[in-house]
Design a protein around this ligand. Structure first.
Ligand SMILES: [Zn+2]
Length: 634
């Protein structure tokens, strides 16, 4: 999964499970699957009403007479939590041989539904309406994103690799689609696909829409990578050729990085819509990328979030092919354990960024500026003084959903992404230093993702294996390395990689390119390193840095800044007044509204605007330039 690069988390469906109650039946995967490859469960998804937020799923489920339970997928791969949107489910009807049957929901596990199957019945007909716009938007009148786990039921306690489905979709008139599902056969608006196991169906989302473009990014023999773009507005498909040329470097750079490939056909599905919002979900042979309308036409978007597609692409190797053993479950009702997300997501944050610079989607020379903003944000987070990084990964299913005030005090799911990048950059620079530049993290990735070519299979790992593979590349006490940085409270983020790569952190009044871009794209003001607050949407204070001048003066999240020094608030006015305050001795007066009260908050600060940057340490090798340089010949 990809979080927005901007600290504001993408909001996932709020549908936390209540199945942890002590009396709940423990889900298992031992039941004999009735839906087999030769007798699959059929699923017809009628998406013609996607424009008004409704779809209808009709299933025929193979069964046997007697008590039968079918379940709605609860734990969602890639979302790393019990996010199956139960509240989207409505108008459930069950019948057999044309006769309606009673169904009842389990009192403890609300994702489970019980039916008594009469004698002589071998299939159940199950139909329900999916409210695809609740709680989060998945469709507009021009585009729709189909995550199949939201559109089906399957036999309880069956192994998702053994239950087979034959999926079909009926598209709105004139819409195109993209998916990694095999053997599509389209007649009119209906597309039928080949039988696939349930785990592959859930791993193969389908994007569709009225305005679309299919671009071949890479091909070798029968293997290829597509970019399938669906836009809410047709003008957003007018993408500069130079940008597409950079995206064409993605597959060759990933092959150079990993030395392997575990798919034959890969679809980067990209949906462009301001209404649906930012999100990225990885899959083995595709990825579900959601971005703003002008993501491909406004260069600022590529600077700030140009790692969206690269991050999700990298997950095909790291996350899908190689996956933590305790995160790998046999069906979608079994709880996932998320402790190793510091590898799965943390290393991937580093690799997704690295690929965005190596491909040229972002200029390689911009990486130090990017790293400065990343490092400074983590270094000024008070939550790190009490909570080790491992706690943010263990609590990920909850933290992904946690929104609201004081993210810097609570710590967020974004921490194991951002700090993961520093951690793996630290490891990369350490390998380079200890092998005198002969080896790098790329060598580890070649071992990690061997052999060179396989189909979409999964090989699980443990922390011990990661440490042992690193040791093969560069002998070192990797266990102690991760223990200190991940498993124990670490008041400062990993730091050694900065000096080791020939750079040091400074703060100056010069704006940081990445912070300025975020401010412009999201209409926010970042005064985190000066006054000590972050002003978010609608001029509302989003967070206040503990101990900062704004904190001492009593500023709090949720306050709306109306005026600064009696001048109506704008970002420009605020920056001007902050600069002027360097030459005065009095405090800066902020007029704020908190609920229905107005206050004046006087902040004593005279340092001017401050932004993080990296500057070169003289006579030392610039390792960052070497790391971000393209590796695939071109
Ligand atoms: Zn991810």
């Amino acid at each position: 999964m990809k979080l927005s690069s901007f600290g504001c988390l993408a909001v996932l469906p709020l549908s936390l499970s209540l199945t942890a109650a002590a009396s709940a039946a423990v889900p298992n995967a031992n039941a004999q699957a009735y839906a087999t490859q030769s007798n699959p469960e059929t699923l017809v998804l009628d998406a013609r009403d996607a424009g008004r937020g409704l779809m209808t799923a009709t299933m025929r489920i193979p069964v046997k007479p007697g008590p039968f339970t079918f379940v709605y997928p609860e734990w969602t791969p890639g979302e790393h939590g019990p996010t199956g949107p139960l509240s989207d489910l409505s108008q459930l009807k069950v019948s057999a041989n044309g006769r309606a049957l009673d169904w009842r929901r389990d009192q403890v596990d609300m994702y489970a539904f019980h039916v008594d199957v009469p004698q002589g019945v071998d299939t159940l007909d199950v139909e329900f309406t999916i409210l695809v716009n609740s709680p989060d938007r998945m469709s507009t009148s021009n585009v729709a994103i189909i995550n199949w786990n939201r559109t089906l039921f399957y036999q309880a306690d069956a192994n998702s690799h053994e239950v087979y489905f034959k999926p079909s979709i009926i598209l709105p008139d004139g819409w195109g689609y993209g998916t990694a599902l095999p053997a599509p056969n389209q007649v009119g608006q209906r597309v039928d696909f080949a039988e696939v196991p349930l785990n592959m169906l859930v791993d193969s989302p389908l994007d569709c829409g009225r305005y679309y473009k299919h671009i071949e990014l890479w091909r070798k023999g029968g293997a290829y990578q597509m970019l399938d773009i669906f836009a809410d507005k047709p003008q957003d498909l007018d993408i500069p050729d130079t940008l597409i040329a950079s995206y064409k470097h993605l597959a060759p750079e990933a092959f150079a990085l990993y030395g392997s490939r575990h798919w034959d056909v890969y679809h980067s599905l990209l949906e462009l819509s301001d209404v649906i919002g930012f999100q990225g979900i990885e899959h083995h042979q595709s990825s579900d990328n959601r971005a703003p309308d002008d993501f491909m036409t406004n260069a600022q978007n590529q600077l700030s979030a140009g790692d969206l597609l690269t991050h999700e692409f990298s997950h095909s190797w790291n996350g899908k092919y190689r996956r933590p053993a305790d995160l790998t479950t046999l069906n979608f009702q079994m709880p996932m354990q998320t402790d190793l997300l510091w590898v799965y997501e943390g290393m991937n944050q580093y690799l997704g960024d690295l690929l965005s610079f190596r491909t040229g989607i972002r200029a390689p020379g911009d990486y130090p500026e990017y790293l400065a903003a990343l490092y400074a944000g983590l270094a000024s987070e008070p939550g790190r003084n009490t909570e080790p990084l491992i706690d943010t990964t263990i609590a990920a299913p909850y933290l992904y959903q946690a929104i609201g005030s004081y993210p810097s005090i609570r710590r967020t799911a974004g921490d194991f992404y951002a700090e993961g990048e520093l951690l793996w950059l630290d490891a990369d620079t350490l390998i380079r230093e200890r092998t005198r530049g002969r080896k790098s993290l790329d060598d580890f990735l070649h071992l990690y993702s061997a052999p060179a070519v396989t189909g979409p299979i999964t090989k699980t790992y443990t922390r011990e294996e990661i440490e042992q593979l690193l040791n093969q590349v560069a002998p070192y006490d990797w266990h102690a390395f991760f223990q200190k940085r991940v498993y124990e409270v670490a008041p400062t983020p990993p730091t050694d990689e900065l000096a080791r790569s020939g750079w040091r952190l400074v703060y100056t009044s010069e704006p940081n390119k990445f912070i300025t871009t975020r401010e412009a794209l999201f209409h926010i003001s970042d005064m985190w390193f000066s006054y000590g607050f972050l002003l978010g949407k609608d001029d509302l204070v989003a967070d206040v840095r503990e101990g900062s001048p704004a904190w001492v003066a009593g500023m709090a999240p949720g306050m709306k800044i109306l005026a600064v020094e009696n001048q109506a608030y704008t970002d420009g006015a605020l920056k001007y007044i902050a600069t002027q305050a360097e030459h005065s001795s009095g405090p800066t007066a902020f007029l704020v509204q908190q609920d229905s009260w107005y206050h004046t908050i006087e902040v004593s600060y005279h340092g001017g605007p401050q932004y993080p940057h990296l500057v070169r340490i003289r006579d030392q090798t610039d390792m960052l330039a070497k790391i971000m340089a393209p590796r695939a010949g071109r």
